[in-house]
Design a protein around this ligand. Structure first.
Ligand SMILES: [Cu+2]
Length: 172
């Protein structure tokens, strides 16, 4: 998701929330201006009933709208899955070439100590990272926006040759 669309979602959510809050205040204001003699228990109970069930219906709709897409990370299926076995002092990858903008999922583990798996572009900017942990497989999903050679560096000090623990991935 781009920063731009995220800003719009936040703005919309904020607007909807503001409208709800203002509506509630307006209803309270109108209520306070009513002639108390018209407020029989019958009228009050009817209002409470409507408010109570209205709130429940609203919460139910909001709940299902919010969770229908969960778990969020699973919405997309990765196009490429790359297994990564780390060990002192190298990364063994099942594949080292992917396509531009493909959704790539790295499944990373280690055969010895904990390592880090960090992906950098040609300017040295980190695009994503995850730990390589013994007996666990951690996943990292990433899209490479531009073709080129990306560096993979170990991010966890793992021994004397840690600084040499690097690999590359080619994006076509
Ligand atoms: Cu290392």
């Amino acid at each position: 998701m781009t920063d731009f669309s995220l800003q719009w979602i936040v703005f919309l959510a904020w607007s909807v929330l503001s409208i709800i809050v203002l509506t509630v205040f307006y209803m309270m204001y109108r209520q306070s201006r009513r002639d108390p003699s018209t407020m029989t228990y019958d009228v009050i109970n009817k209002k409470r009933f409507r408010f109570f069930y209205g709130t429940i219906v609203f919460l139910l709709i909001a709940f299902f709208a919010a969770v229908s897409g969960a778990p969020y990370a699973e919405r997309e299926t990765p196009e490429v899955i790359i297994g990564v076995k780390s060990k002192m002092f190298l990364f063994e990858m099942t594949q080292d070439t992917v396509g531009t903008n493909q959704l790539v999922e790295f499944r990373i583990t280690t055969e010895d100590v904990t390592h880090g798996f960090g992906i950098y572009d040609s300017t040295g900017t980190i695009l994503g990272q995850v730990q390589a942990m013994p007996k666990y497989t951690n996943r990292l999903r990433i899209r490479f926006p531009e073709p080129g050679t990306y560096s993979i560096l170990c991010l966890e000090y793992c021994g004397t040759l840690h600084h040499q623990m690097r690999s590359t991935i080619t994006v076509r």
